[in-house]
Design a protein around this ligand. Structure first.
Ligand code: FAD
Length: 571
C-alpha cells in the first residue's frame, strides 16, 4: 500500500471549547423564555408550561412528547412551588441558601443540553452535595408532587436533562468526591461523586497508572454517562459505561437511599438493580455516587489513519480485523468523505476527502502493538485501501483524534463557513447501532438518503461497535424534510436488527422509535417498572416514554409482531 503522509496541520481542538459553545447556545436561547421573576401566579405558570410544551413539540421529532392537558392527574401544575418549598429545599441542603437558586441565570443554565431540542426553564435549581441532601430535596419534591430533573454536565444530545414543564432540577455538578483508595488497595475500583467529569476522574487516576475505560468524545459527568449508557471511542477494549459501573448510590423518587449492589466483582443476590438504573436517564432516581472499574494505563501507544475508496471496504476491513481478535486495538473510528471535508473546512486540516479509519493500538509491549498494526494494514491492503499514515507518538495520535472528536462542532459551523456567513446551525445527531455485518449497507443507505435530499451528511462512526452518528446541519425550514428522512434511516437500521440509539439514549429525541424497536410487550414491561418505582411520575417525566402513552400499550402481550410497527404517533 502506498504511504501517503500528511499531518492535520490545523488548530488543535479540545472539547472544552465545543461544549462551552454548545452551553452558550443553550443559555442564549433559554434566556428568551426565562421570565426572571418567580412565577408565583397560577395562570402565568400554566401559560409558561403550555409554551414549553408547544416549543418542545415544535422542535422535537416526537410529536407527543409532552402532555398538555391538565386533567389527567399524572403531574400537577406546580402550584405548590412557593417560598415554603424553597425554604424546604434550603433546609434540605444543610441550610445553604446559595445552593438553591431560582434566579434567571441559574434557571437558564439548567434549561438546555448540548443538543438541538427546545429549552425549558425549571422553577428551582438545587445543588446538593451528597445522597443525604439529595434525598431531602427529593422528599420535599415528592410531598408536593414537584417534578425532579437530574442534571449532570448537560452534554446530552437528546433533551434528557431539559426540565419540560418546570419543577426542580437537581444539579449534580457539586458532587465532586473522588476516592481512589480502592485502586491503592488493589480492588481495581474508584468511588466518585456523580458530578465528577470524565477528565477529572482520569486526571486523578493517571498518577496511579490507571484510566477510566469509556471515552466519549465529550466530557460528561460519570453520573450522566451511567444514566445514558454512554460509551465512545474505546468500547472495543473497555466496554460501555454499563460494563464499567460496579455499584451506585441512588435516591429513589420517594427520597429513599439505596445501594444497587455490592462492589465485588461478582454478586448473585437477587435482581440486578445496578443494571436497572444504568441507562434509566434519570427517570427512576438520582444517582449520587458510583463505584467504577478502572484499567491499568497501557505503556505504549501507536496508531494510524487509513483511507479507502468507499465505506464498504473500510467496514469490511474492520470486520476482518475483529475476527482476528487484535487485542491491542483500542480505537477504531470512521469518518466519511463529507466528514473529512467538514474537518478540513472548519479545522483547517488537509486530509484527503475519502472515507478514513482512525486507529489507536495500546499495550505494554511495543512489538505487540506493531504486530497488530501490521496485521490491520495487511487486511486494509487486501480490501483496497488507498493509503495510510502511521503515527508513532502520542502527540501525533492526539492530533488525529482531535480531528475525529471535532465532528459535531465542525458540522455546526460547516455551512456558515462555506457560505461566508459564519452562522452556526442546529445539528441533528443520529446514533443508530447495527450488527457489524449490516453496517456498511446501513451507512450507505443513510448517506444516500440525506445526500439525495441535499443535506450535508457527516458520518462519524464508532465503527467497530456498529454504531455511527450522522450529523446533519439544518435550518428551521428544513425540519420537516429532516424528520421524514430520520424516520426512514432509523426505520432501516431497526429493520436490519439494530437499535435507534447506541449511546446517547432516548431522552425526547428518539422516543418515537422505541416501540418500533422493542415491540409493545417489551415497552409495556418498561413502563410497568417506571410506574411501580415512580407512582407519582415526578422523576424526569416525559423522558424515554411520552407523557401520554396509552395505558392500552401493554395490553397486547404475546402479540409483538402485530404491534411492532404501530403508527409512530401512537407513542
Ligand atoms: C460533542 C459531543 C460529543 C459526544 N460524544 C459522545 C460519545 O462519544 N459517546 C457518548 O456516549 N455520548 C457522547 N455525547 C453525548 C453526551 O456527552 C452523553 O450522553 C453523556 O453521557 C451525557 O452526560 P452528562 O453528564 O452531560 O448528562 P446530562 O446531559 O446532564 O444528562 C443526560 C441524562 O442523564 C440524566 N442524568 C444525568 N446525571 C444524572 C444522575 N446523577 N442521576 C440520574 N440521572 C442523571 C439526565 O436526567 C438526562 O436524562 C457527546 C456529546 C457532545 C456534545
Amino acid at each position: 500500500m502506498g504511504i501517503n503522509t500528511y499531518m492535520p496541520g490545523g488548530t488543535r481542538r479540545r472539547w472544552g471549547g465545543a461544549l462551552s459553545l454548545s452551553r452558550a447556545r443553550g443559555v442564549g436561547s433559554a434566556s428568551r423564555d426565562a421570565c426572571g421573576d418567580r412565577c408565583d401566579d397560577r395562570g402565568r405558570r400554566r401559560r409558561r408550561r403550555r409554551e414549553d410544551m408547544s416549543r418542545a413539540r415544535a422542535t422535537s421529532t416526537s410529536t407527543s412528547m409532552v402532555r398538555d392537558d391538565d386533567d389527567d392527574g399524572d403531574v400537577d401544575d406546580h402550584d405548590d412551588i412557593d417560598g415554603d418549598f424553597r425554604n424546604e429545599c434550603i433546609a434540605a441542603v444543610s441550610g445553604d441558601a446559595s445552593r438553591v437558586r431560582d434566579d434567571a441565570h441559574a434557571r437558564a443554565s439548567a434549561s438546555a443540553d448540548a443538543g438541538w431540542h427546545a429549552p425549558a426553564s425549571p422553577h428551582v435549581v438545587a445543588f446538593p452535595l451528597n445522597a443525604r441532601e439529595t434525598s431531602a430535596v427529593v422528599e420535599a419534591c415528592a410531598r408536593r408532587r414537584v417534578r425532579v430533573t437530574p442534571r449532570g454536565a448537560g452534554t446530552g444530545l437528546e433533551g434528557g436533562c431539559v426540565p419540560y414543564g418546570g419543577g426542580c432540577v437537581i444539579d449534580t455538578s457539586r458532587m465532586k468526591t473522588i476516592d481512589v483508595s480502592g485502586v491503592e488497595r488493589g480492588d481495581g475500583v474508584a468511588r466518585v461523586g456523580a458530578g465528577v467529569l470524565k477528565s477529572e476522574l482520569n486526571a486523578a487516576l493517571k498518577p496511579l497508572g490507571f484510566v477510566f475505560g469509556p471515552d466519549p468524545s465529550s466530557n460528561p459527568s460519570i453520573g450522566g454517562m451511567a444514566s445514558t449508557g454512554g460509551s465512545g471511542l474505546s468500547t472495543l477494549k473497555y466496554g460501555t459505561s454499563k460494563e464499567n459501573v460496579r455499584s451506585m448510590t441512588v435516591v429513589t423518587p420517594s427520597g429513599a437511599i439505596i445501594r444497587t449492589r455490592a462492589e465485588t466483582r461478582k454478586s448473585s443476590t437477587g435482581y440486578e438493580l445496578n443494571a436497572l438504573y444504568l441507562g434509566a436517564e434519570g427517570t427512576l432516581g438520582v444517582i449520587t455516587d458510583l463505584v467504577v472499574k478502572v484499567h491499568p494505563l497501557p505503556r505504549t501507544r501507536c496508531g494510524a489513519v487509513v483511507r479507502f475508496a468507499d465505506v464498504k471496504s473500510a467496514a469490511k476491513t474492520v470486520a476482518d480485523c475483529i475476527a482476528l481478535n487484535l487485542s491491542t486495538l483500542l480505537k477504531c473510528e470512521l469518518m466519511n468523505d463529507e466528514g473529512i471535508k467538514v474537518t478540513n473546512v472548519v479545522f483547517k486540516t488537509s486530509l484527503p476527502c475519502e472515507p478514513t479509519l482512525f486507529l489507536e493500538f495500546v499495550g505494554n509491549d511495543e512489538r505487540q502493538t506493531m504486530a497488530d498494526w501490521k496485521a490491520f494494514e495487511a487486511r486494509a491492503e487486501a480490501n483496497g485501501a488507498r493509503g495510510s499514515t502511521f503515527a508513532a507518538t502520542g502527540e501525533e495520535l492526539d492530533d488525529l483524534f482531535d480531528a475525529r472528536r471535532g465532528c459535531y462542532l465542525g458540522a455546526m459551523r460547516y455551512r456558515g463557513l462555506e457560505a461566508g456567513t459564519l452562522e452556526k446551525e442546529h445539528v441533528y445527531v443520529g446514533d443508530v447501532c447495527v450488527p457489524l455485518s449490516r453496517l456498511a449497507d446501513t451507512i450507505s443507505t443513510t448517506e444516500a438518503a440525506f445526500k439525495r435530499a441535499r443535506f450535508p451528511c457527516v458520518i462519524c462512526a464508532h465503527i467497530a461497535d456498529g454504531n455511527f452518528h450522522c450529523l446533519i446541519p439544518f435550518k428551521e425550514h428544513e425540519r420537516a424534510a429532516l424528520h421524514a428522512l430520520e424516520d426512514k434511516v432509523i426505520g432501516a437500521a431497526i429493520a436490519a436488527g439494530g437499535s435507534a440509539s447506541g449511546e446517547h439514549g432516548v431522552g425526547v429525541g428518539k422516543q418515537r422509535y422505541i416501540l418500533q424497536e422493542h415491540g409493545a410487550t417489551h415497552i409495556g414491561i418498561q413502563r410497568s417498572i417506571k410506574r411501580a418505582l415512580d407512582p407519582q411520575n415526578i422523576m424526569n417525566p416525559g423522558k424515554i416514554f411520552p407523557w401520554h402513552a396509552s395505558p392500552d400499550d401493554e395490553l397486547h402481550a404475546g402479540d409483538d409482531d402485530k404491534h411492532r410497527r404501530p403508527k409512530l404517533a401512537k407513542l
